[in-house]
Design a binder for this molecule. Sequence first.
Ligand code: NAI
Length: 692
Amino acid sequence: MNAARKHRHWHVETDADGIAWLHLDKADSDTNVLSREVLLELDDLLDELTRKPPRGVIFVSDKPGGFIAGADVQEFTQLQTEDEALEAIRRGQGIMDRIEALPCPTVAVLHGFALGGGLELALACDYRVAEDDPGTKLGLPEIRLGIHPGFGGTVRSIERLGVLQAMNLMLTGRNLSARAAKRIRLLDYAVPRRHLHTAARACVTRPPQRKPLPFWLRLLNARPLRPWVAKRLQREVAKKARKDHYPAPWALIDLWVRHFDDRRRMLEAEAASVARLMTGRTSRNLVRVFGLQEKLKALGKQQDFRPRHVHVVGGGVMGGDIAAWCAMQGFPVSIQDREHETLGRVVRRAFDLYRKKLRPRRNATAALDRLMPDLPGHGLRKAELVIEAIFEDAQVKRDLFAEVEKRVPDDAILATNTSSIPLQELTPALERAERLVGMHFFNPVAKMPLVEIVHGPDTSPETIERASAFARRIRRLPLPVTSTPGFLVNRVLMPYLMEAVVMVEEGIPLAIIDRVATDFGMPMGPIELADTVGLDICLKVAENLTAHFGGEVPGILRDKVQQGRLGKKSGEGFYVFRKGRPVKPAPEKGYTPPTDLQDRLILRMLNEVVACLREQVVADGDLADAGIVFGTGFAPFRGGPVQYIRERGPGQLHALLESLSHSHGERFTPDAGWRKLIETASEAGAEAQDDG
Ligand code: NAI
């Protein structure tokens, strides 16, 4: 091969067959992204390739991790106006058009991640080959950032895959394996790594025959059928995303319905739509949440802690699932309990989880092999991490830790999953308190992405970093919090749940209470959530928190627990459950709910977040937002509670709290922390005015 001129991010090699290989290796970065500079260089290269077309053009990435991970999200946030955004998108779109227009065969060679703009570039090529490997992940995940593909990807994916597969890819934002992508015609070849380049070259020298889309799939794109198909797509979308909260999926469907007849027009409309979405509130906030997620992941990168053996004590609801999850993520795990039967249940539950989540079957078997029932606790001897998840009783836990410390290696970390006991109450049992840390998982472990990393006054920074690193290793997000009652998530969630219960006492229909919360954007209403978590657990947490912070636990909650109405697990709580789903009685005809319900629910939560910030339960507002979004599902399109406070204005919310405290009681008294937020906001406002 002979190498032609070098750019900063790209270099071109022309091989003996006259094929130009365009290598992307973005400077100063582990990952290829389509930054402005990368695109401008490519544009420049395309000048030359258009002037003097080679025999073929093949795009490859020199990064071991993957092809191209997408557009540059950081640059995205710097685009202030819709016009600026439109210009940037048109530039990208224009480059993809030029690739498509090259008069020679073009091929993209994909390995690792080929996502978003990266896959759009591949779609602009005539052919795509990818490595057949579990690490290959192809997708158009833009919808997760509140936009849709904007570099021609909406048009080209529908042309290539048909509307059903393309919309499925774009509306869900999910990743496909190479084999799945080959099945839906996204790839021409899925081959082992050693054959990748041969396959790419073959696409140029002996272009593969490609079957056209079946007639019925093309028919779905016909003008008279599009509205009918769109209705079906919209119905699916409506189950997950309201138009006013998440406009992107709706805009995407609309784009296709209105413009698919006219390619040029659809491309123009695609760019305009992304520019509008990208500068809108939802996308801004979703990009923020994406950044918060990266921030939490980064907290797990300060150390490289990969325990050779993990030992979990307590095989109940939490311990069993924590052990199963850790084994699923590749760690050898022993699980100890006092009872044989409990361990049997742990293994059975783990097997169900693996069967659902792991393919092929042998991966499920391998995960099960890593999970070792261990009644006597032999695993302690070699454990580098012990996670305790036994009864919530300080004395029982102290006794256990005293015993555990005698048996584990010197450098082992001791973690407790306690949800309410301050670490300070456990340390007296230990010789070396600096290695005790909380790892507070949420139920269900396999679904909830957050783990609060709880540190007491004695916990060493190294222990916190190691626990965070382990959380990241098992694909959970670590959030460092202080060892104060309820930590962050339960402390903030509980006032919201309790306010909902007060509303029940006031006679507000259950379904209405839940609806005002889902209208706000919560994934589930508070009454349904309390029933799902279990009313006994809610009562325990509420009692613990009121013991520390004052306030009252609503009597109706105690009554329900006394009557054995514990929620979903007992078949009845506030709701009656049928087949695991709550039956929600409709409110009486003509019922008009009070107008302040939503504010009452949300403001109790916000007030507690402000208190946590003042007490520095978490280090800053970003981490508070991250914790609440990933720990409770708080409306991601609102960017988190602190972001929501900024948007509505702390002064206004403070006034609202005061007025609610007059009408509904002391529980709404604004926390002292609001003052600081109000001052910061007014300083920022003054600065913005100065700039203006
Ligand atoms: P659970 O009652 O379901 O399980 C506790 C298990 O520990 C039982 O299987 C019991 O046999 C075993 N056990 C008790 N003492 C033991 C000992 N000395 N040695 C070995 N095994 C022993 O309890 P759950 O709900 O799993 O809670 C465990 C811990 O996790 C508690 O500290 C709880 O506060 C915390 N937690 C619970 C959450 C939940 O939603 N249930 C959520 C987050 C934390």
